[in-house]
Design a protein around this ligand. Structure first.
Ligand code: ZN
Length: 333
């Protein structure tokens, strides 16, 4: 499969650089191309989401080589918006070869340090719809191969510092930590008051997402809506999402947050409506909410996980009936 790519190293403001790449074809678009952000001053350098070996690390080394890093910066550090492969993988290179210290949220430290825990967070322990959602041992191998092909290998790394709400990750310019659970329970955003920049991680996925990007059993609709309301109150001129293009302008950004809140709420309501009409299957819900998904296998799978996260929330709030009938899992309310 040929990958048509565009890659860029862009100066966002005096201290901030964005490393970004994008697959041009529709097939590869769905696999996601995470953004990396570099922040630096005369002595210190930090990378928020080192991301992939395949693209982000290559771009970083084009921007600064090993010698420049060693000579120019006495402080070198990494912050992770969340634990997922596409955002963390190259972290092990930064730690091993360039002597960067890694910070993550306390909740995700273990998953960053141990891929088995990361797998469990992503695919295991589904309290409902187990048969439909659990990934088998064989397909786990396929997932690992696919991840390595897309973003590079996983090597264990050490998280030496954990971040929480209100912490300052970087001093000059000041970067503040904001807890924004949604996509994962420990998801963090980073806010720069002087430059009015928000680095949102996958709270905002502008590449493949509709509403909130909820793709695992720990994704939460309710927490996500609260996180969107929280960042909406900040004074932001530049939004750097986890995936997709940066967005500029206070009003445009505010409207975007509102749109995501509205999309998320209407997906939730649509699922309730479908469940109240008649018992249905997970597939029935995916097609019912997103009719265009019927013939698009890659989108179908992404959206199956998305719908699953909503079902988790509905189950918590009002309970679901899940029955096995003729090899089909029937869901009703
Ligand atoms: Zn993610």
């Amino acid at each position: 499969m040929s990958l048509k790519l565009s890659e860029s190293i862009t100066k966002i403001s005096s201290n901030f650089i964005l490393l970004k790449y994008k697959h041009q074809s529709k097939v590869e678009r769905g696999i996601g191309s995470p953004n990396s952000v570099i922040v630096e001053n005369n002595e210190e350098i930090a990378v928020i989401d080192p991301a992939s070996w395949t693209h982000n690390l290559k771009l970083f080394l084009k921007y600064k080589n090993k010698e420049q890093i060693q000579e120019n910066y006495s402080v070198r550090k990494i912050a992770l918006t969340h634990e997922h492969w596409d955002h963390i993988l190259a972290g092990s290179y930064f730690q091993e070869k360039l002597d960067f210290e890694i910070s993550s949220s306390e909740l995700e430290k273990e998953a960053v340090e141990d891929e088995e825990i990361l797998f469990k967070h992503m695919f295991g322990d589904y309290p409902i719809l187990e048969r439909e959602m659990r990934i088998s041992t064989i397909s786990k191998k396929v997932v690992k191969k696919t991840i390595t092909w897309m973003w590079g290998p996983y090597y264990s790394m050490k998280v030496s510092n954990t971040l929480k709400e209100g912490d300052t990750f970087f001093d000059e310019p000041q970067i503040k930590v904001i807890e924004t659970p949604s996509h994962t329970s420990g998801s963090l955003s980073f806010y720069v008051p002087t430059d009015k920049i928000l680095i949102s991680g996958d709270l905002m996925d502008l590449e493949t997402g509709v509403g909130l990007d909820l793709n695992n059993p720990y994704s939460s609709v309710e927490a996500g809506l609260r996180s969107l309301e929280k960042v909406k109150k900040l004074d932001i001129e530049i939004l750097i999402p986890g995936h997709g293009e940066i967005v500029k302008g206070k009003e445009t950004i505010k409207k975007l947050f509102e749109k995501r809140i509205q999309e998320t709420t209407s997906i939730y309501n649509k699922i309730i409506e479908l469940l109240e009409t008649r018992p249905t299957t997970l597939r029935g819900l995916v097609i019912g909410v997103f009719p265009d998904t019927r013939w698009k296998i890659n989108l179908y799978y992404l959206r199956k996980y998305l719908i699953f996260a909503y079902l988790n929330e509905i189950n918590k709030k009002r309970g679901l009936n899940i029955e096995q009938k003729l090899n089909k899992t029937q869901i009703s309310i």
